[in-house]
Design a protein around this ligand. Sequence first.
Ligand code: 8IG
Length: 272
Amino acid sequence: MTNPYQLATEAADELRVRSGVDAYDVAIVLGSGWKEGALALGTPFAEVATGTLRGFVAPTVVGHAGQIFSIDVQGVKIALVSGRVHLYEGNTADQVAHPVRTVIAAGAKTVVLTNACGGIDLTKGPGSVVVIKDHINLTATSPMEGAAPPAPYGSRFVDLTDLYSRRLRTAVLATAPELSEGVYAGFRGPHYETPAEIAMARTMGATLVGMSTVLEAIAARHMGAEVLGLSLVSNLAAGVADAPLSHLEVLEAGQKAAASLGELLARLIPVL
Ligand code: 8IG
């Protein structure tokens, strides 16, 4: 089988041809609720269906279509990656990481990972945007598993001390002081947690829970990109409030937040 880096390089070459972009500056991976706001940043001058690129698996989740939009925001070439894929769809860690590896192979030096997640902290309820300070990978897998990465990529034993770039976090908080930071616990899902699992995550130091982001962040850091993580809290996690959780609630929270997420991204682009 082709190694994941070779596959990403080939997909990146196809993406370059189809988009006309020689090298992206920034990639933004769009989680639930973020797509509409991100598309308000600028009119795409190219749109590539990920199903036509090597190595991409089709998303199976409602609200996640597989497309890479290319936009130019004041000279910054941005790839908007819509149609994230997850472990819980039956994908491997490498398949989950492939879109991020592709856009980095296509030049992106900064990767913004957005998501919708559950909130553990009652003071950061639905609609809050939280900057990811660090994560706890509870998926029991890693995109670094498998054969050693080929040159020029570094060792599979990648240092994650500064996984979510301090430089970017500082710049983002200076620009958007209304935001706060949190620790994201990445579960496999797709079931939501039990109240006991949320109590465990809280004890471990997590303030956010989700089913994405962690594997992409590791792969992006390994390839040398600077990583920023932005979470939209869509629901309070199990047992935090009295109400049951629903996927519909998640989609609605995203729709309601769309305009403000777009404005936030527009403010952040110049400081990335
Ligand atoms: I949106 O409560 C969203 N994604 N694991 N738990 C997990 N993922 C989520 C949740 C949640 N809400």
